[in-house]
Design a protein around this ligand. Sequence first.
Ligand SMILES: *[C@@H]1O[C@H](CO)[C@@H](O)[C@H](O)[C@H]1NC(C)=O
Ligand SMILES: *[C@@H]1O[C@H](CO)[C@@H](O)[C@H](O)[C@H]1NC(C)=O
Length: 391
Amino acid sequence: MALPNCHRHVLWKILSWGFFLLRSWEASGTKCKQWLSAAVECNRCIWDWSHVGWLGVTAEVTPCLPLWGFASLAAPNPPALWLPHARVCFCLQVHSKGLKLGIYSDVGTKTCAGFPGSYNHYDLDAQTFASWGVDLLKFDGCNSESLDLLAEGYRRMSVALNRTGRSIVYSCEWPFYLRPVQQPNYTEIKQYCNHWRNFYDVYDSWSSIKSILDWTALHQDTIVKIAGPGGWNDPDMLVIGNFGLSWDQSVTQMAMWAIMAAPLFMSNDLRHISPEAKWLLQNKEVIAINQDPLGKQGYQAGRDGVNFQLWERPLSDRAYAVAVLNQQEIGGPQKFTFSLTFLGNGLACNPACSIKQVLPASRDCGVYSWMSSLSLEVNPTGTVLLEVLPL
Ligand SMILES: *[C@@H]1O[C@H](CO)[C@@H](O)[C@H](O)[C@H]1NC(C)=O
Ligand SMILES: *[C@@H]1O[C@H](CO)[C@@H](O)[C@H](O)[C@H]1NC(C)=O
């Protein structure tokens, strides 16, 4: 059987300027118009982001999408507040700027916010999205009557997207909804989806970032090996540039999302972003690690007590990205010393390597031999991200 999911060789990096975390579920017509014009206005400032390699924009304006997008044409009562003109105009404006467009819908009868979902009219919705020029579909999993219907819906929407003939990235939540009841079959999920969420929504807080990292480390034996070109674990969006993360925590999110080969989506307001957050989100070295063409996801390679975690990710050309995360939430910078001998199963620095620090600031750390060790100072809740190049 031909694989239904062939929107595979698509964007690896997606700049999504969304309002997910600025959301208010009580979208009103007026508020929605404001969101839409803000998003269009921001398409201008987004221009300034494409030079670092963010390939496109998916503007997912959550409170408005039900009004201009996700409500299926087949829904018996399209919400009265639909703004069809705004919608079409918005799609055209996004594309005329060379940007990509994302949209959100749900496999069930209703979205999580209670707007009409795509249940039982997957083909019609896929065709409609394709006709609007949608480039990415984020497909949520609320309001399915059973897990069988959920799985069937995710498969059917994948096939429906393929049938449109348009290359549309398919972002699923399938395993997240399965997990409480059964172990997801990632081989199958990867045949249908390009990204999949496994865990709860990210929030603009350090405890949320920590919980995502802890979950990922705990389940790495099942989820890391399946990730690769065409199909990725999605730890959810970058919240850098909002209010909840300190500088060090923002560095941790950027570094760890690179280690996890995460699809990159931002949820922030690009009109009001600090120069530091912008520097981090536009950092070419860390984006290059995130997008490394070998496409392997990294993993936690070790821990030192409760404070330090060592993560590594194999990169192309036998290089490795290495992250040292200091979980301590008190005190000042702490020193962490580790042996290079064991990095990358003993291969990363064999017989020698040159080490470059990428975050929190770029610097050359010099050349090391296999038997040597490296000492780093890491701030509380911060991460040092390194690139290790074999010699
Ligand atoms: C649909 O699937 C076929 C068969 O796997 C593939 O060749 C084609 O490129 C896919 N089309 C799209 C638009 O994804
Ligand atoms: C998982 O899905 C694959 C592909 O659809 C299938 O070949 C395999 O048998 C499934 N594994 C289990 C344990 O059901």
